[in-house]
Structures are given as C-alpha cells and as structure tokens.
Write a protein that binds this ligand. Structure first.
Ligand SMILES: O=CC(=O)O
Length: 346
C-alpha cells in the first residue's frame, strides 16, 4: 500500500533528525517551502502536492507566507486532508472552526514554548514592578544625565513584587506556568479569571483564587497578566483600565489585538496604570510610538516564545501530532475537536 502524503510547509527540520526519519518512513513528504498566497493557491488548485492527508509546519517564522488560513484558502485543500500540525502557540491566523467543518484537526504547539513564554512573562512582570525598562534605556543611552536620573530616582517609585497580587486572565498551560513561577519564586498571590475553573488540587498548588468575572478580578490585582487566546474581540479597554487599582500594572504575552492600545496609552499617561510590559502589539510589526517613548513600559518584539528549546519542541510536537493521528486516530494537542465531530477519520 502506498504511504499517505504529508505536506511539509516552510523550512527544513533543524533539530529532530531521527524523528523526521520516522516521519519519512510513514509518509511520502511533499514540500512547499515558503510560497506566497498566489503561488500556494495556484499549487493547491493544480493539485501539485497530491492528495495529502496531513500538513506539518515545524518553524514559526516560515511556512506561513500564504497569510491567514481563511475560508478561501481552506476551501482549496484536498478532501483527503485531515490534520494540520503547526509550530506556534497562538492560532489567531487560522480559522480552526472552518478547518473543523472540512474535517481537519488543527494542532497548535503551545506546550512546546510554555517555558520560554513563561520566563518572558516573569521578566515583564518584574519589569513593571522594578521599572527595568527605565534603567536599561538610561544605561543604553550612554547619557550621563540619563544614567544619573535613573540611578537616583528609580528607588522611590519601584517595588519588589513579593506579596503583591497577580491577576491572570487565562490559566492555560502558559498562564499556569507563570503563576507557578510568580508564586514559588516571588511569593505573589495568584488570582485568575477563565471560562473554566481549575480543579481545586491544581488551584491549591499555586494558592489561586478563581474569579468567574473579569470585572470582579480587576480591582483586586496589582498586576494583570493577559494570557488568553485572541478570539476576535478586544479584552481590555478603557472601562477595564478604570476598574483596575490606581497605579496597577498590565502585562500582555498573548496577542496585541486583545488590548486597546490608545486606551492603554491614556491610562498610563493619566497615572491610572503605573506600568506595562508588552511582548505583543496591536499592529505588528509596528510598535506604538507613544508606548515606545514611555520609561515605565517594557516592550519586546514578540519574542516571548523564541528560544532554541521552543524550536526543538515545535518540531517534535508537530511530528508527534501527525504520527499519533496516523497510528491511533488521536492527535496530541488538537484545539478544534469541539467542532469536528465524527469527520476526523482517516
Ligand atoms: O506568539 C507566538 C506563538 O503563537 O507561538
């Protein structure tokens, strides 16, 4: 019997060569490398890759050049396609419901970058309490007055995070790992808001308090961390910032579009918020110039998940997803099974 076809999107495997050999033994692998939308659509229409069963994208920076996976693109996939396993945690660029309606499971790889994103989350949280952004900018400027200004004045306005309260929006894998690190290393008190409450034994490991309502949690937190997927709507805007404690901090390691940036600028300018730490931005790769100019705002260039360990893990988890699905009918980290029903059968 001939092997099923797998379409490998983007770059070559860089780390997990043994596992890739296994993949090659189980699938006939076709490559698209980095095709733009027009070329990729043309190739799909011409059935250039054959009737593939699986798509695999091992690296977050390549293989996505065709743009958003919307209804138009998904409609071009062959009927044989049953699973798409991609690098990356967020899946705001792919219509996972529409994939499910075509019987295609989508698997993300958040589990592979949890540690990296959690470390970056901690860095941003610390920075909002200690204003490392101010100190770092002053030192990098090589200006003696800027150095002296930071050196003399930062102590009067910064705090150790110990015993302050961290309010987490979204206690998934990444939110939970940040909570663990903040609780275990910095004695922070953990609050969280999510659509689902965690079992009590999990809550107990981080002494977490659950809030069914975001509005009820906001006035209780000294720092609010956004760690929830983007589902099409803004989550934090002016009325939310007004509900937060005066001088509280905001950290976002999820998606830029979850936050109303002009409203955030206003809240920081008025002092309603004391500091912010953002890995992600509303209109990437553009960064809001006002935020960039604020010394109480720590910015990153959407690199929270970017480490060699994440890359290794993304490659592996994607292959485990497609091999697991081929061999047992079950993927490891599917995110759209709620819509897929009985269609996801090889
Ligand atoms: O933001 C990064 C990712 O989605 O992996």
């Amino acid at each position: 019997m001939s092997k099923p076809i797998l379409l490998h999107l983007g770059d070559d495997i860089k780390w997990n060569h043994e596992l890739y050999k296994q993949l090659q033994s189980k699938f006939t692998i076709k490559r698209s490398y980095s095709m733009n939308r027009a070329d990729f659509s043309k190739a799909l229409k011409a059935n250039q890759f054959g009737d593939f069963v699986a798509m695999y994208r091992p690296f977050w920076n390549t293989g996505g050049e065709m743009g958003n996976w919307d209804a138009e693109l998904i409609s071009l996939l062959p009927k044989s396609c049953k699973i798409y396993a991609s690098a990356g945690a967020g899946f705001d660029w792919v219509d996972t419901k529409r994939l499910a309606e075509s019987g295609i499971i989508y698997c993300n790889a958040a589990a592979a970058c949890t540690e990296s994103v959690a470390d970056a989350g901690i860095w941003l949280i610390l920075s909002t309490f200690r204003l490392f952004s101010w100190s770092a900018t002053a030192a990098h400027s090589t200006s003696i007055p800027a150095f002296q200004d930071a050196n003399r004045n930062i102590a009067a306005v910064t705090h150790n995070p110990n015993n302050f309260t961290l309010g987490i929006i979204g206690l998934g894998k990444i939110g939970y790992r940040i909570a663990q690190k903040a609780h275990d290393s910095f004695d922070m008190k953990i609050l969280y808001n999510d659509i689902r409450r965690m079992p009590k034994d999990i809550e107990d490991t981080i002494s977490a308090t659950y809030f069914e309502s975001l509005d009820a949690m906001l006035p209780e937190a000294d720092c609010v961390l956004v760690a929830t997927p983007f589902a099409g709507d803004k989550l934090m805007d002016a009325p939310h910032f007004r509900k937060m404690k005066k001088g509280a901090r905001l950290v976002n390691i999820a998606r830029g579009k979850l936050i109303d940036e002009p409203a955030l600028v206003e809240a920081l300018e008025s002092g309603q918020l004391g500091a912010a730490g953002l890995d992600v931005h509303y209109d990437e790769p553009k960064v809001d110039a006002k935020l960039a100019g604020m010394r109480n705002v720590q910015l990153l260039a959407h690199t929270a998940g970017a480490s060699i360990e994440s890359h290794i893990g993304f490659e592996r988890l994607g292959m485990e997803n497609v091999i697991g699905f081929l061999e047992t009918g079950k993927a490891v980290t599917p995110v759209n099974l709620q819509w897929i029903g009985e269609k996801a059968r090889l």
